[in-house]
Design a protein around this ligand. Structure first.
Ligand SMILES: [Zn+2]
Length: 265
């Protein structure tokens, strides 16, 4: 009985501590919409600490040159970053109703994400990684759009967006779009890789499954280890023509990748 009382007291103490910390946080975060400008980003935030916004700015600037140089990104305009303090703020701000996504890119020069933490999510992920992930989507889009602008120079400006969006949705593989962002954000852990691998996923399956978030890192890791990082820009601009760029069939590529995962993870 005494044991039970102690457990109850500890439990009550934890609850009080949690809600005190939550209240304390809500009083001390930046209350009004604020902008932080860096060389390449304008970060709009509210409901997080000023120091958190600075961490986002530092992480993005630290990765800016490396990712753009790796992927051969042409000139890139300043990117607007919107940090939302909760899932419901994110859903409202992006118009993605009932979404459980932590982030989304809006064209090459804008992205949104949730600043997840123990107060607003059950299993918070690392929001700094989410920021780099969404930034990498912006880089991919910028490369593809700049390329399409040259190829589609003849068509009217008014039709460009529609033409590009159609081509992108139809031809750019979803698994690669995610895997590249996952890779540069370093979103990987052994347990999740093993879990996804147990489902024996093909690339096509991963284009339509959340398992890509568990195992996507390893696909790019495999490409970089076997063919080198220099092949990544060619994969992007060829809309992931594996046969042309890597000189292997898609089925040999998949076989090589699964062997790589089994050996390494
Ligand atoms: Zn993504």
């Amino acid at each position: 009985m005494k044991k039970f009382k102690i457990i109850l007291l500890v439990f009550a103490g934890l609850i009080v501590a949690f809600f005190s910390a939550k209240t304390c946080r809500s009083l001390s975060v930046v209350g009004k919409l604020t902008e932080l400008r860096t060389d390449h980003f304008v970060i709009s935030y509210q409901g997080i600490y000023r120091g958190d916004a600075q961490d986002i700015a530092d992480r993005l600037e630290k990765n800016y040159d490396r990712i753009r140089a790796n992927l051969n990104d042409p000139a890139h305009e300043v990117i607007r970053v919107f940090v939302h303090p909760s899932q419901s703020d994110f859903n409202k701000g992006t118009g993605l109703l009932n979404s459980t996504a932590n982030g989304t890119s809006r064209g090459p020069n804008e992205f949104h994400f949730v600043w997840t933490n123990w107060f607003n999510s059950i299993f918070p992920n690392d929001p700094l990684k989410t920021a780099v992930h969404e930034f990498t989507h912006c880089v991919q889009l910028n490369i593809l759009i700049k390329q399409a602008q040259q190829e589609l120079a003849a068509i009217a400006v008014a039709d460009f967006d529609e033409n590009f969006e159609k081509k992108f949705a139809r031809d750019y593989p979803q698994w690669f779009w995610e895997a590249l962002s996952i890779y540069y954000a370093n979103e990987v852990n052994k347990i999740s890789v093993k879990y996804a691998r147990s489902k024996n996923p093909s690339l096509e399956y991963l284009s339509n499954s959340n398992q890509i978030y568990n195992i996507g890192y390893t696909i790019i890791e495999y490409i970089v280890e076997k063919w080198g990082v220099k092949r990544l820009p060619d994969l992007i601009t060829s809309y992931v023509d594996i046969k042309e760029v890597l000189k292997v069939s898609q089925s040999d590529f998949e076989k090589g990748w699964t062997d790589f995962v089994d050996e390494k993870y």
